[in-house]
Design a protein around this ligand. Structure first.
Ligand code: ZN
Length: 112
């Protein structure tokens, strides 16, 4: 497979992992904000709210910068037709390029 495509897919996988970790950290920040709000008598929304906005900003940034290395369109977004977004997709919504390397058949592999 082309080295440029491998590099692009690696970037998309890293963006996906970052988003998953941000959402898992959201749960931890939620518990932490409850503890801090009880100790210092401030509303927990003042702690978890800015983090929620940070997660939304990161989600928008990562979603809009994850471009498919093959068709150069957004990987998780399909703008043609009604247009939709699927973060959990495993292939490009525009050209169908698989995210998983193992799913791509190897052409040069010798068959015994
Ligand atoms: Zn594509």
């Amino acid at each position: 497979m082309d080295d440029q495509i491998q590099k692009g897919l690696r970037k998309i996988r890293r963006a996906k992992l970052t988003e998953i970790l941000l959402f898992i950290a959201f749960i931890l920040v939620g518990f932490l904000s409850i503890l801090v709000s009880e100790r210092y008598h401030i509303n927990f929304l003042f702690i978890i709210g800015p983090y929620g906005l940070f997660v939304l900003a990161c989600d928008a940034y990562l979603g809009l910068t994850a471009t498919c290395p093959k068709c150069k369109e957004l990987y998780y977004w399909r703008m043609s037709g009604i247009g939709y977004r699927n973060f959990f997709t495993k292939k490009c919504l525009n050209c169908g390029l698989e995210l998983n390397e193992m799913a791509v058949p190897v052409k040069e592999k010798e068959v015994c």
